[in-house]
Design a binder for this molecule. Structure first.
Ligand code: BG6
Length: 483
């Protein structure tokens, strides 16, 4: 029988990061302030502070010139330590390193005529360092941030004008890094746009829930158009470019076999598949017409928008996968539509310390579902476990729980490959500890490499190898066989 038994040759094993969570150096070499750098650390583990930005907190953040309350301003100082960090990735045998470019290093305010040469030069050096070790850079053009100037001037993605600012920026990147970068993603987790500020770069705290959803879906429409244009231009500049979308996949299960629950879960699932339906197939799916009508959401569309979406279909589907959720007819009615939610508890699953339900089999389900639906190459560009790690006196970190989590997910990836799914790579999230996106904590660690820094920014920033470092090295060397 023609069943693939193992990971394909050239499989892109590696790790994934984002500029605003690790670079630091927030105010050097001409860089402007970004939307990520006005987000405060969460008050507790459950607060998703990334969307808690209001007019008042924004004004206070702009006035504050320190990084004390804003951990994404300091990151883990990757900007100055990238050589050391990439050498560690190379030691693990990375084939790929996913990173994002900080838009505000290139266009500090978002609307300059010319890009900032110092910003462009930084990424030249970074890519050269990757290629030195045969590591393929995988670049996200916008990962949860944009120049704050665009928020102040035009409320971020709420404005259609932001499309032009983004397309200009993307074009500069495609031209400058032609031959250095082949794999791109237009937006990180584009579905974050329906969750609020981090996705839209737009303030919506003074709006009613309905108005906020209207704004977010309109902002999302602008991002879809920006993405489609970037795909088109990226292919024109270099036909070798592989340009993907990136979604936070939330596989959901019906709570019971009651058909009402099954239907509720189906709708919940459609609300998550909607993003890839547009970016892979190039058109709004019919089920959203009803959803928009029932929620009184009216999208402003220009004449050519639909044609443009069709011309900008992505080459591959990138997604993050951390957990699955449970949906019941009752919970769906209660939940504010479109909001990010962890769903109901699944009695068959354990959860992380942050309440994320751990579901390796769900990854296989997702991979099969995506492949059946789209038949485009799939790329798992994030997966991992945020946990509290302990640095021992002798400099070791025994993170067997992380190895266990990753191992179980990799086993399910292999099962999906045997099912016939085309999977091209796996970049686990946060190969080196960095600032959490949702809470801005440092203590929510994902890495193979420990970074000595606490939630308040104290620490030597020294790097230490965890047990999982040596384990992942074996996984890559054996192309996923030695788990
Ligand atoms: C994804 C984001 O949602 O999850 C990353 O793309 C993020 O930026 C990752 O860091 C893990 O989330 P968190 O909140 O634990 O950092």
């Amino acid at each position: 029988a023609n069943i693939p038994t193992t990971f394909p040759a050239g499989f892109l094993w590696g790790g994934a990061t984002a500029a605003n969570q690790l670079e630091g150096a927030w105010n050097v070499d001409g860089k402007g302030l970004t939307t990520a750098e006005v987000v405060k650390k969460a008050k507790n583990r459950q607060e998703f502070s990334m969307n808690a930005v209001t007019k008042e907190t924004l004004a206070a953040a702009i006035a504050d010139k320190t990084d004390k309350l804003y951990p994404k301003r300091r990151g883990i100082d990757f900007y100055h330590r990238y050589k050391e960090d990439i050498a560690l990735f190379a030691e693990m045998g990375f084939k790929a390193f996913r990173l994002s470019i900080a838009w505000a290093r290139i266009f500090p305010n978002g609307d300059e005529e010319k890009p900032n040469e110092a910003g462009l030069a930084f990424y030249d050096k970074l890519f050269a360092e990757c290629h030195k070790y045969g590591i393929e850079p995988v670049v996200t053009i916008s990962h949860y941030e944009m120049p704050l100037g665009l928020t102040l001037k035009q409320n971020g993605w709420a404005s259609r004008d932001t499309i032009d600012a983004y397309v200009r920026y993307a074009k500069v990147l495609f031209e400058r890094y032609k031959g250095q970068v082949k794999y791109w993603m237009t937006f990180n987790e584009i579905n974050a746009s329906t969750w609020g500020f981090t996705g839209t770069g737009a303030l919506d705290d003074e709006l009613s829930d309905q108005e906020a959803m209207q704004l977010r879906y309109q902002a999302l429409h602008h991002q879809f158009l920006a993405s489609a244009q970037a795909v088109k231009i990226g292919h024109q500049i270099d036909p070798e470019n592989q340009i993907g979308c990136m979604i936070a996949r939330m596989q959901t299960y019906p709570k019971t076999c009651n058909p009402a629950d099954v239907r509720a879960a189906q709708l919940q699932d459609q609300l998550n598949l909607f993003f890839t339906d547009i970016q892979v197939r190039g058109e709004y799916p019919n089920y959203m017409n009803r959803y928009f009508a029932e929620n009184n959401i009216k999208l402003q569309m220009a004449e050519n928008d639909q044609a443009l979406l069709k011309e900008g279909c992505v080459d591959y589907l990138g997604f993050s996968y951390y957990m699955s959720t449970v949906t019941s007819a009752a919970s769906q009615v209660e939940k504010a539509s479109g909001n990010f939610a962890l769903g109901e508890a699944n009695p068959y699953l354990e959860a992380s310390d942050w309440g994320w339900q751990i579901d390796p089999v769900g990854l296989r389900v997702t991979l099969n579902e995506y492949w059946d639906r789209y038949q485009v190459p799939l790329f798992i560009v994030e997966n991992g476990l945020g946990a509290l790690d302990k640095l021992e006196a002798d400099g070791t970190i025994h993170d067997s729980y992380r190895i266990d989590y990753l191992r179980k997910h990799i086993i399910q990836m292999q099962e999906a490959i045997k099912d016939g799914v085309q999977l091209i790579g796996y970049t686990m999230w946060g190969p080196i500890d960095l600032i959490s996106a949702s809470t801005s904590e440092m203590s929510k660690r994902y890495g193979f490499i420990y970074v000595d820094q606490d939630d308040d920014g104290n620490g030597s920033l020294k790097r230490y190898k965890k047990d999982s470092f040596y384990w992942y090295k074996k996984v890559i060397a054996s192309n996923g066989q030695d788990l």
